[in-house]
Write a protein that binds this ligand. Structure first.
Ligand SMILES: *Cc1c(COP(=O)(O)O)cnc(C)c1O
Length: 428
């Protein structure tokens, strides 16, 4: 089937389709089918936008019903029953049981939109300009988000200086030799340090794009306490690690902290629809009406599926419990596979996990070998040195084991321990 139009007409800015050249036509749960009928096991999950798998049947039926009834699709920030239901459900199922009193802001519908809103609000509230972020952080591709992102290739794409932010070392950056926050604590207390007091620190609890570095809970708690002492706002970017990806709805729950601002996007619609939230403590709600605006803040299809997804998966702890078992299963499987390669080890947390290889070329080869075996998985890290696994949280044990088996074969093939794939794709 023709793919010329993608090559001749679409910009070379494309990335995922360069590694995965199939034309994907249908999807369900943990699987996608290309036009030629090949079935792919998806351990990528839209980079975390599809935590409940592709086209969850109950959510899909709601979309069809809402559309068939001429429900309002686009509403700016006007009131709709769909938005009411989302807000009420989010309050009842997510905020109240966790004792979280957050105002909900709908920024534009993407991850970088919620990060921009968070940075803008932190600066407005504190009257300070400087933001601190971490080595290997990823927060999005617009200028404000890029300014707090680590990756040098992505930063260079800005084409202008990225200012008003500095990088500080993430947990374990110095391999445990240097005490945590030594530098940060010192410069905040030293009026002669020359480091402007920041408005906020923005952090991912697991660095999804930056190599699956997972902060320890005690490190997050210490960061939270240090910032509180210095009246600096803590922003948790939960765009990728949130919505259950690490085992709890918010990735910071086990640290026992309440961030001042939380960025949520990717899987909040539950269906892969564009949607984002910026959550903040009520006393930070200093916006003027319309001061931060956007045409696509009222994606009602996303409100409909988002509310239902919260009810389906988060109204009691049965889903979390099942997920915890699955997380253990994945971890054990990965640890066994890591034994095939000297120096390889498991990284990340929950279902945001993967394998680090000592040779930075290995991960890319493993992902390519997996694709040959009809499985999607991406790489992560500054040198793409980590194979990243993000199965849907709803995956059953059988499909999880299938994925682990393919990964094992891919690792063996990529490291020259097995020559031929046992199951090659049918020719196109
Ligand atoms: C994906 C991601 C973003 C950016 O989201 P977009 O929807 O691509 O703009 C921001 N922060 C984190 C942690 C992400 O993983």
């Amino acid at each position: 089937m023709a793919t010329d139009i993608f090559e001749t007409r679409e910009s070379q800015v494309r990335s995922y389709c360069m590694n995965w050249p199939a034309t994907f036509e249908r999807a369900s749960g943990a699987y996608q089918w290309s036009e030629d009928g090949t079935k792919y096991l998806d351990f990528f999950s839209g980079a975390g936008a599809l935590n409940y798998g592709h086209n969850h049947p109950e959510l899909r039926d709601l979309v069809v019903e809402y559309v068939a009834n001429d429900g309002v699709t686009h509403s700016m920030d006007m009131k709709t029953p769909a938005k009411r239901r989302f807000l009420e459900t989010f309050e009842r199922i997510i905020l109240e049981p966790r004792n979280l009193d957050y105002k909900v802001m709908f920024p534009g519908p993407t991850g970088t939109n919620t990060v921009e809103a968070a940075l803008k609000l932190a600066r407005k509230v504190t009257g300070r300009q400087h933001i601190l972020s971490f080595t290997n952080a990823f927060h999005g591709m617009t200028l404000g988000s890029l300014s707090v992102t680590g990756n040098s290739m992505k930063r260079k794409g800005a084409g202008i200086p990225l200012t008003n932010s500095s990088k500080i070392p993430y947990d374990d950056y110095f391999d445990g030799d240097i005490p945590d926050f030594l530098w940060l604590e010192r410069v905040l207390e030293d009026s002669g340090s020359g480091v402007d007091k920041p408005a906020a620190v923005i952090v991912e609890t697991v660095q999804g794009e930056g190599g699956l570095n997972a902060a320890r809970m005690e490190w997050l708690k210490a960061l939270h306490d240090l910032l509180k002492r210095h009246k600096i706002l803590l922003i948790v970017d939960d765009v990728q690690a949130g919505c259950g990806r690490t085992g709890k709805f918010f990735s910071f729950e086990d640290a026992g902290i309440v961030p001042d601002i939380v960025c949520v996007s990717k899987s909040i619609s539950g269906y892969g629809l564009a949607m984002a939230l910026t959550l903040f403590k009520p006393e930070l709600d200093v916006w003027e009406g319309g001061e931060h605006n956007g045409t696509f803040r009222g994606n009602n299809l996303a409100f409909v599926t988002g509310a239902r997804a919260l009810e389906l998966f988060w109204s009691d702890d049965s889903f979390q419990k099942e997920l915890a078992g699955r997380i253990d299963e994945l971890k054990q499987g990965l640890e066994k596979i890591a034994e095939h390669v000297k120096g390889a080890y498991v990284k990340g947390r929950g279902f945001l996990t993967g394998l680090h290889f000592p040779n930075p070329d290995t991960a890319g080869k493993v992902a390519a070998e997996a694709y040959k075996r009809n499985m999607l998985m991406e790489t992560s890290g500054p040198e793409d040195e980590v194979v990243k696994l993000m199965p849907p949280l709803t995956i059953d044990s059988e499909d999880l084991q299938k994925g682990l088996k393919i990964l094992e074969e891919a690792v063996l093939a990529a490291t020259g321990q097995m020559s031929e794939p046992s199951r090659l794709r049918p020719p196109h």
